[in-house]
Design a protein around this ligand. Structure first.
Ligand SMILES: CC(C)(COP(=O)(O)OP(=O)(O)OC[C@H]1O[C@@H](n2cnc3c(N)ncnc32)[C@H](O)[C@@H]1OP(=O)(O)O)[C@@H](O)C(=O)NCCC(=O)NCCS
Length: 189
């Protein structure tokens, strides 16, 4: 029987470390969440300023495994203080305990896209969700124009299951429709 760990675990891959965010990650978090262009297909508006990101970071520092957990992605080769630090984030959210289902989200700094890092982090997260949390179904909501995210989902083993699901997100005063991708335990690639 799968058990939810009491503490958020760190997940290691060949090149990456997925670890909990810390209070000292404010600048890194703002680099991720303050970039409106990189977040043009995101379900929430980019953070307008550091104060806003600080609030969000504070919220994210708590471990809420029944609902939402976010990991900071770092290169394992990077040493503390060498300026590389956090290069992305990956999360699960909207966990449904009875139906053993979660949604996932992913975000990499632009200079760390196109290296296969998001796929590597995604595989580690899927392994954790299926093996440790006993998740049966993983879903990802993706804007139809977000080709890199759809390609990543397919690379990981997700299938396009439906869409456009109309007016699913409300971002910057506009309703947006999204596609839904799904992966059943055992379909990970
Ligand atoms: C979605 C997102 C995380 C995808 O990142 P990504 O870097 O394209 O995804 P991957 O890790 O799968 O990398 C794949 C690319 O790396 C290349 N690559 C380079 N070295 C590689 C390696 N060692 N292993 C695997 N792939 C490698 C692949 O060829 C592929 O290139 P291509 O895109 O030209 O085909 C990224 O576009 C992003 O952060 N977007 C902004 C936020 C966002 O929209 N998130 C999703 C919301 S639904």
């Amino acid at each position: 029987m799968a058990r939810t760990p009491k503490k958020q675990p760190t997940l290691l891959t060949k090149r990456l470390r997925l670890r909990p965010f810390r209070g000292s990650d404010l600048a890194a978090m703002h680099a991720l969440y303050g970039d409106a262009d990189n977040l043009r297909y995101w379900s929430v508006e980019a953070s307008p300023n550091l104060a806003n990101t600080r609030k969000s970071l504070r919220w994210h520092l708590a471990y809420r495994p029944r609902h939402y957990v976010m990991w900071a992605i770092e290169e394992r080769a990077a040493r503390e203080g060498d300026g590389r630090g956090v290069i992305g984030m990956i999360n699960y959210h909207r966990r449904d305990l009875r139906e053993k289902r979660v949604d996932v989200g992913w975000l990499m700094l632009p200079q760390h896209q196109g290296k296969g890092y998001a796929a590597e982090a995604g595989r580690a997260l899927l392994r954790y969700l299926v093996d440790e949390l006993g998740i049966h179904k993983v879903e990802a909501l993706i804007a139809p124009d977000n080709k890199p995210s759809a390609a990543l989902a397919r690379r990981l083993g997700f299938r396009l299951e439906g869409g456009p699901i109309r007016d699913r997100w409300f971002v910057a005063g506009r309703w947006l429709s999204v596609n839904i991708y799904g992966l059943l335990a055992g379909e990970e690639r």
